[in-house]
Structure formats: C-alpha cells, structure tokens
Ligand binder design. Structure first.
Ligand code: MRU
Length: 343
C-alpha cells in the first residue's frame, strides 16, 4: 500500500485523503498549525491516525517554541495540547496520544534532548499502533469463515491508522490466511470514505470488494446477501457503547434484526473507561455545507441547509464481539473493559 504517513527531512508528510484514490498528493507539515489544519480539514482522518498525527503535532509545536526561546514551560505545552485537542472531539485516540506526549514532556522537561524524546515518543505511538492492529486482526480473523460476505462502513483500514487497519485489518488477515471472502463497502456519505478509501485499499490488496449506497444495508440483510458486519470505533464507553461513523447504528440495527454477527474492531487506545455510556460521548457536528456540497458540486438549491453529525452511537447490546489486541471481548463488556484497564 502507498505509505500515508512519513517522517522525512524533519517534516511530517501526510497523504491527502481528500484526493484519493485518483490523486496521490502529500501535504508537508512543519508546524503545529499545519497539523491542526490537516486534522480539522480531513486531510487525514480515522481515530488512531488522528492520535498519531497529533503526537507528531506536539513535537512540532514544542520545536517551534524552542526555536524562538530557550525554555519551554508547562503552560506552553498545555497550549499546544489544547490546540490539538480542539481539532476533532469524538475520537478518544486523540486525547490518549496527547496524554502520552505530555507524560514524555514531564519526564524529560529538564533534558536538553527533550525534542528528541518527544519525536521518539510520537514514532513509538505510530509503530505500536501498527503492531496492535496486526495483533487484533489475527484474533478477529478467527471469527471469519471461508466464503463469508462481510459488510463494512466508512474506512477503518491502513489509511485510518498507523497502517494495516482495524476492521479492514481483520479482513486483510482473513484474506492472507487463505479464506475466500467478499466485502461489501458502503459509500459513506458525505466524505465517501467507503467509496474512495476502503474500496481502494481492498482493491489494491486483491480482495473482492463491491460498493453499495449507504441506503442498501436493510435490503442486503433482508435478501441474505451479507453474513457478517465489521466496523471500527472512534470511542468505546465503559459499558461497551461504540461511537463510530454515522450510519453504524443503522447497520447494527439491521444486523440484529437479521441475526447477522456485528463486530467492532478497535485498539485499547479507542476505549474511554472514564465515559460511562454512549450518552456522554461528544458527537462532532460538521458544517452542513459538507452535505449540501459534494466534492465541490452543489446538490440542491442555494439556501437549502444541510446537517451533518459525523458519528453515531451503537449500543453495546447490538454488538456481538469487540475485537482488541488483547483478545476478543464478549458481553458483559463493562466487566471485560474494566479488566482490560486493570492490566
Ligand atoms: O470522520 P472519519 O473519517 O475520521 O471517521 C472515521 C471512522 O468513523 C472510523 O470508522 C473510525 O475512526 C475507526 S478507524 C480505525
């Protein structure tokens, strides 16, 4: 797969996901502002990747300050933290990565090698994410059978993570182990992550993929044309409720109605044990224009307003299993999530 996040020549090179799959353009980030812009404007997206890129953002923010003056204070670091935290509110991987970076700062604040330690910490977060994806994908692939037709939503692939992917990682691992599978990808309006990113990733890997409009899920279940569903997560509450790309809830309802196993694949960094249930998860609302104007083309009359909630909540009871790098979680999720955070 085309590399989508590269640290080179003291800059972070990010593959611009808004232009995929037709154009491969890298956005170079040298400053904190370059990073906050890249996250806000969707140059990059996907919960784990947002966290990784934000970690590099802490390093770049600190480097900028240290170029202007000798010392960096806790207040400076807090400002960098807040600027990054304000980019997108739903993915908990963002604050998880920022907290890890702050820990590194606190540990090495008196060292003149502080920037090196911060850069190394960001690289480690990146490398560990890929390792964790591969681990959880191995566990998840055991739930996939030869001949399965698997439906997925949005993009929880290599592009949404440090590499390999979560939901698509499970699909990849099943394919690599020789299982013959077919994937149905929903378009995922309005950003079309399914059409542009998931279909591209799977097609590049030689995995049979078919694209459907988002509104086909009910019919596909009704006709018995899907026998498993798998998605990623932006935040998992202590009770197992899952925030993921808007539309996930409808998928889970349809799966439940038709007795189709519904899996969520996510690393530990996507869990937020401090949040009791999905009701407390902040759902990002993006400008309505992102619905009304699709890839530069207005879909309806001027003056018609749009509304776009970027995520929804799928209640834990609709989820068959949650797949993590520590293994596959069954219900009651609250018990196993507690255990996950006690190790
Ligand atoms: O708005 P996006 O593209 O950042 O939303 C991405 C998703 O909803 C993914 O499913 C989720 O982040 C999991 S990625 C492994």
């Amino acid at each position: 797969m085309t590399e989508h996040i590269i640290w080179k020549n003291s800059q972070l090179h990010l593959l611009d996901q808004r232009l995929l799959p037709f154009k491969k353009v890298y956005v170079k980030c040298k400053t904190l502002q370059d990073i906050t812009r890249a996250i806000k404007d969707m140059t990059i997206r996907g919960a784990p990747l947002i966290g990784i890129v934000a970690a590099y953002g802490v390093f770049l923010g600190v480097r900028e300050i240290l170029r202007r003056r000798k010392r960096i204070t806790e207040t400076d670091v807090n400002q960098v933290y807040q600027a990054l935290k304000a980019t997108r509110p739903t993915a908990v991987n963002l604050t998880w990565a920022l907290d890890r970076m702050v820990k590194t700062y606190l540990q090495y604040r008196d060292s003149e090698d502080l920037p090196d330690f911060l850069l190394q910490a960001a690289i480690t977060i990146h490398v560990e994410d890929v390792e964790n994806n591969k681990k959880l994908s191995q566990y998840g692939s055991e739930l996939i059978d030869d001949g399965d037709v698997i439906l997925t939503h949005c993009n929880a692939g290599a592009l949404a993570t440090g590499g390999y992917g979560t939901a698509l990682g499970v699909i990849r691992a099943a394919h690599e182990s020789g299982k013959r599978i077919r994937v149905i990808a929903t378009e995922t309006r309005p950003y079309l992550q399914g059409a542009r990113l998931t279909a591209w990733e799977l097609h590049e890997d030689g995995i049979d993929v078919e694209l459907v409009p988002d509104n086909h899920v009910g019919l596909l279940c009704w006709r018995g044309l899907v026998n498993k569903m798998i998605v990623g997560a932006d935040r998992i509450a202590a009770n197992g409720d899952v925030a993921n790309k808007v539309g996930t809830y409808m998928l889970a309802l349809a799966a439940h109605e038709h007795n189709i196993p519904f899996f969520v694949a996510a690393p530990k960094s996507s869990f937020d044990p401090a949040v009791k249930s999905g009701h407390q998860i902040e759902i990002e609302e993006r400008p309505g224009d992102e619905v009304v104007v699709l890839q530069g083309k207005r879909l309806t009359l001027k003056g018609v307003k749009g509304r776009y909630f970027a995520f929804d909540i799928t209640p834990a009871r609709l989820i068959t299993y949650i797949i993590t790098e520590n293994g596959v979680m069954d219900k009651p999720y609250s018990k196993y999530i507690k255990l996950l955070f006690s190790v």
